[in-house]
Structures are given as structure tokens and as C-alpha cells.
Design a protein around this ligand. Structure first.
Ligand code: HPA
Ligand code: MG
Length: 175
């Protein structure tokens, strides 16, 4: 399949995705059975994963959505990341951050710091995909859908230059 100017091949099918999400939902239902977690989905990439995951969550929960703005600060290297759209009280909440992919781990590390500083009683991360560059994050990511190799993927919320988020399956860049 061609998206924009690159060729992609199917990598994880919609049915593999949905059975893995059902397993993740079962884990969350049992780990949080006496709690009322606040799910925070990171837009845009996690919109489809969040929708399907939350259908498998059977315990009482709250759901909200944020974006991460990334900008270069003057006279410094590295990006500054800022959460946009966070209207919920985080203090004393059991927060579960929903990501589409953890690649370098830089974004999720910043987000974790932010929620901890806002006084969450716990913060965990669930990501649909995880790439090897973030292996050293170790137990900072509690739930992982699929660990995948260092190759570009798209579909099921993930984009290539804004395209492909609508695809039901996940595709990988062809060699
Ligand atoms: N695909 C889409 N978005 C991404 C990827 C990827 O492989 N890695 C980090 N963001
Ligand atoms: Mg993207």
C-alpha cells in the first residue's frame, strides 16, 4: 500500500489488535478493581486505541484527552513539552496514560513527571506499541500491547505526515 510517497505492508491485523486489547482490558480490570482510574489519552495518535481499550474496561473510570505541544526553547537544546487541555484535577487520582507508541521515551518521561508533580496518587502508562529505543524505561511502562522493531509504522491512529490514522490495521514501512 502506498501512503504519500512510501510503500507499506500489513504488519499487525485488526483482529490481532483487538484480541490483544481485550487482554489488556482484563489486566486493567483486575489491577484496578477497587479503584476508579482516570484515563488520559494522548492525542492525536491514541484516539483509536483509547476508544477500543476503554470498551474493554468494565470498572468505573474517568476519561480525558490531552495533546502534547512540543517546542524548541531559545538557547537550549532539546524540546520543551507542554500538556494542553488538562482540565481534570489530578491530585489523589490513579492516572493511566494511554499512548499509541513509545519510541525514544522522551515524551512519556516528561508526561510522567508532570502528572507526578500534580500530585497523582499513582501514574501508570499503557502503550499499544513500544520500540527498542525505550527498552531502558523498563517498568515505567506497565502495559505494552506489542513490542516492535525500530521500523516506521502507521495505521490505527498512527500517522505518516498526517496520513494513515484511519486505517484498521497497522502497517510497516517496506524494506
Ligand atoms: N509511526 C508513527 N509515528 C511514530 C512512530 C512510528 O513508527 N514512532 C514515533 N512516532
Ligand atoms: Mg506522528
Amino acid at each position: 500500500m502506498i501512503v504519500k510517497d512510501k510503500e507499506f505492508v500489513e504488519y499487525i491485523s485488526a483482529s490481532e489488535i483487538s484480541s490483544r486489547i481485550a487482554e489488556l482490558g482484563t489486566s486493567i480490570n483486575s489491577d484496578y478493581k477497587d479503584k476508579r482510574p482516570l484515563f488520559i489519552a494522548i492525542l492525536n495518535g491514541s484516539f483509536m486505541f483509547a476508544a477500543d481499550l476503554l470498551k474493554e474496561v468494565a470498572i468505573p473510570c474517568e476519561i480525558s484527552f490531552v495533546k502534547v505541544a512540543s517546542y524548541e526553547e531559545m538557547e537550549s537544546t532539546g524540546n520543551v513539552k507542554q500538556l494542553i487541555g488538562l482540565n481534570e484535577t489530578i491530585f489523589n487520582k490513579d492516572v493511566i496514560i494511554i499512548e499509541d507508541i513509545v519510541d525514544t521515551g522522551r515524551t512519556i518521561t516528561k508526561i510522567l513527571e508532570e502528572f507526578i508533580s500534580l500530585g497523582a496518587s499513582s501514574v501508570e502508562v499503557i502503550t499499544l506499541l513500544q520500540k527498542p529505543a525505550s527498552n531502558d524505561l523498563g517498568d515505567k511502562i506497565k502495559y505494552i500491547g506489542f513490542s516492535i522493531p525500530e521500523k516506521f509504522v502507521l495505521g490505527y491512529g498512527l500517522d505518516y505526515d498526517g496520513l494513515g490514522r484511519n486505517l484498521k490495521d497497522i502497517y510497516q514501512l517496506k524494506d
